[in-house]
Ligand binder design. Structure first.
Ligand SMILES: Cc1cc2nc3c(=O)[nH]c(=O)nc-3n(C[C@H](O)[C@H](O)[C@H](O)COP(=O)(O)O)c2cc1C
Length: 186
């Protein structure tokens, strides 16, 4: 293990969820390549207190723990389903409860899923500026996957796998101490 922790959060309530499947797939690749410890969550894991919370202190223990994991992570994978061309409101509300300085400088892999390709630029037009506000380091390769990139809620298309490989490679710049032997053994 490298000693670094990668946390993935999928802004979906659905189970099974393509967004969570994508986030988990990327987390597994990062674990294999760099030995990162990984943890992934979805909005079910955050739980019902999110909707009624105006401030972080209004959240229950379960939701607060997920936010703590997000802000303590060495790197993040953000995954959002596309709703009406953007991220779901409840996902944004979760992000709204994070203070601006808490994600500053954090490497973030931005990903989204959608029904088709029409909103593929959602990652660039919605997610990248959102984390630009936090002064995070969103990685250059953003991942968008549509229904046809999945089979039975598992990542299945070659173009998607190739983009995932690309972004996994981009993480190396942030973690020069991550175990290169693991990368070589792949
Ligand atoms: C309320 C709602 C709005 C949606 N709007 C869009 C959309 O604007 N563009 C799109 O490509 N897909 C849209 N979809 C489809 C979802 O983005 C897509 O099925 C996504 O992969 C679901 O992710 P999940 O399986 O993680 O929940 C919408 C779905 C719902 C429920």
């Amino acid at each position: 293990m490298s000693g670094f922790k990668l946390v993935g959060i999928a802004g979906s309530f659905n189970r099974p969820s393509k967004t969570l499947a994508l986030v988990r797939h990327i987390a597994e690749r990062a674990n294999i390549r760099y030995g990162f410890t990984t943890e992934t969550y979805d909005l079910h894991d955050v739980g019902p207190s999110l909707g009624g919370a105006l401030w972080r202190r209004d959240l229950d223990e379960q939701a607060r723990r997920v936010i703590e994991e997000i802000v303590q992570a060495d790197a993040l994978i953000i995954g959002s389903p596309t709703y009406k061309g953007s991220y779901p409101g409840l996902f944004k509300h979760l992000i709204d409860l994070i203070d601006p300085h808490e994600l500053r400088g954090k490497p973030i892999i931005i990903t989204a899923t959608g029904g088709g390709d029409r909103h593929a630029l959602m990652v660039e037009h919605q997610l990248r500026p959102l984390f630009g506000f936090f002064m995070s380091h969103t990685l250059p390769t953003a991942i968008y996957a549509s229904d046809r990139d999945f089979a039975e809620y598992a990542v299945s298309s070659d173009p998607l796998l190739s983009r995932i490989n690309e972004v996994i490679g981009e993480l190396a710049a942030f973690f020069p101490g991550a175990n290169p032997a693991l990368a070589a053994a792949e």
